[in-house]
Design a protein around this ligand. Sequence first.
Ligand SMILES: O=P(O)(O)OC[C@H]1O[C@H](OP(=O)(O)OP(=O)(O)O)[C@H](O)[C@@H]1O
Ligand SMILES: O=c1cc[nH]c(=O)[nH]1
Ligand SMILES: [Mg+2]
Length: 207
Amino acid sequence: MSVKILDHALIKHKLSIMRDKNTSTYIFKQNLDEIAMLMAYEVSKDFPLKLKDIETPVCKTTGYEVDKQIVLVPILRAGIGLVDGFRTIMPNAKIGHIGMYRDEETLIPHEYYARFPSGLESSKVIIVDPMLATGGSAMDAIKAIKDRGAKDIMMVCLVGAPEGVKALQEAHPDVDITLAALDHHLNEKGYIVPGLGDAGDRLFGTD
Ligand SMILES: O=P(O)(O)OC[C@H]1O[C@H](OP(=O)(O)OP(=O)(O)O)[C@H](O)[C@@H]1O
Ligand SMILES: O=c1cc[nH]c(=O)[nH]1
Ligand SMILES: [Mg+2]
């Protein structure tokens, strides 16, 4: 089990643009795409490899091939925003979807959609969501994916709150967490402080 907070100048720069309340939907998504690519690069660096015979224009040699099916699972809605960047770096990833919304009063998540590719038991599953607040949505999504047989799961979020990280670690100690930033706390409405507001609304222009 690990919690990794990516320490990268470009991620800090781009995330600050996303946090700014005056940033447009278009620029918000553009920076999310770019951060997603940087995060995908970081979380994939220890993916298992197998050797592969190849022939360069000069000679025969041995190359490498990623030796695990990758399944990317965005938590709808806001998680969809991380898919394009990840797919750019991992074009062979299959995509599962899980829809969760958080009741605004109780902060309890509700699942409304789930569809996954086959072979979860032998795949590396990367769940993506911009926000890890109370951790409720992530915990339920992980349980739904484990219930379908997945054993190798990582959680990748843009911004996390300490409360959500702790809850997630306790509920699923086998799941590694990667964040672009660990923020200060949750406010009385369950929003991450300083955060970036409601990620889904900022991404899709709803309110
Ligand atoms: O850690 P939690 O307290 O569960 O909060 C985090 C969840 O809240 C947001 O989704 P939201 O419920 O706003 O749905 P949306 O993506 O459709 O806007 C966010 O994208 C996470 O899924
Ligand atoms: O700050 C928060 C907390 C939960 N969900 C969001 O979109 N933003
Ligand atoms: Mg939302």
